[in-house]
Design a protein around this ligand. Structure first.
Ligand code: UDP
Ligand code: MG
Length: 326
């Protein structure tokens, strides 16, 4: 039996909460009766500075059913990723694993059963992956899928079609807590933690009430945030472009000289054209080189953890007291 906490960020979700909590209570009760999860398991609702009745409702759930609910109220709206992180970091010491999911239940809750199974088998991280997006509009589907492609192209490795529906074991969460960066892009950071990981597939449903809090503008900002907080590949692309243009400029120099000696030019054309190409290429290349160093500084300032020990085999049982005073 495992103690599982479900962490749910909620921003202006008064329309969906009654249905969401009803379905989750059903699921929790079922899992508790089956003996899969302990009675200490909880649903943690994180209010991300909502402007509607969300927090009042969460307080009410906690007051009437403390055996199911916990509530966390953030001081103001901090965005989905931060709300999720706040929830996970607040409760990670109280459970064996956390499953994060959205308040609108677009991610099929039945996958939770499978996630817990995988966790019992020994996986530390279980990614929920959307197998189909039949219910999303063609536009949302296209933009969302290009989002994952763009991210990977730009060197920010994310699990394809995986959002923030995932299970993380306690030690994976402890690992996550060691990433001190301010711009924390969970989808990119979690795979960096390592440990045995696997995926479960589910079908994405429609939001049954309320509106999406991720219009296209926010999604683009989210992609930018993901790329710039995970990858220095854009800088490298500038370096390559600079090198490429410089190579092209050599060809241009030869061409210009040939034109010059065969007399097909007006005065000044050769020197002007050559300088435009050669200097342009050199400037871009130099910018790229400077960028490489800035990229290094950027990675250093993040002070990311360098490793996590998964197992340490040793037949010595060392007590700290024995080792002192050598
Ligand atoms: N959310 C949040 N803070 C925000 C925006 C969204 O906590 O500033 C929560 C929201 O309540 C929901 C989840 O993030 O539980 C995902 O949002 P939504 O369903 O609107 O995104 P979509 O599924 O359309 O991508
Ligand atoms: Mg949604």
């Amino acid at each position: 039996m495992k103690t599982i906490y479900l962490v749910i960020p909620c921003y202006n979700e008064e329309a969906v909460l009654p249905e969401t909590t009803k379905r989750l209570i059903e699921l929790m009760t079922h899992l508790q009766e089956k003996g899969t999860i302990t009675a200490d398991s909880r649903i943690v609702l994180v209010d991300d500075g909502s402007k509607d009745r969300t927090w009042a409702m969460i307080e009410e759930y906690y007051r009437t059913q403390p055996q199911f609910f916990e509530g966390i109220h953030l001081s103001r709206n901090q965005g989905h990723q931060n709300a999720l992180l706040a929830g996970m970091m607040t409760v990670r010491d109280r459970c064996d694993a956390i499953i994060s999911l959205d308040a609108d239940l677009q991610d099929d809750v039945n996958a939770i059963v499978e996630m817990i199974e995988k966790f019992t088998e020994g996986y530390d991280i279980v990614y929920g992956v959307r197998s189909a997006r039949k219910t999303d509009s063609a536009f949302k589907r296209m933009t969302a899928e290009s989002f994952y492609k763009l991210m990977n192209m730009m060197g920010a490795e994310v699990v394809y079609n995986h959002a923030d529906y995932r299970l993380m074991s306690r030690r994976a969460l402890d690992g996550l807590s060691q990433f001190r960066e301010v711009n924390l892009f969970l989808r990119g950071i979690v795979p960096m933690i390592g440990y045995p990981s696997t995926t479960v597939y589910y079908e994405r449903a429609k939001r049954f009430a309320g509106e999406s809090k991720y219009p296209l503008k926010k999604m683009l900002a989210f992609a930018m945030q993901g790329i710039t907080s995970l990858s220095t590949k854009p800088i490298r692309m500038i370096t390559s472009l600079g090198a490429l243009i410089f190579v092209v400029s050599i060809a241009m120099i030869i061409y210009c000289l040939v034109r010059y000696f065969t007399g097909h030019t007006v005065a000044g054309w050769t020197s002007t054209t050559i300088s435009v190409w050669a200097i342009g290429g050199l400037i871009l290349f130099a910018l790229g080189v400077i960028g490489e160093y800035i990229g290094k500084i950027y990675l250093e300032t993040k002070q990311r953890p360098k490793y996590f020990v998964e197992t340490y085999l040793s037949d010595r049982s060392v007590q700290h007291d024995d080792l002192t005073e050598r």
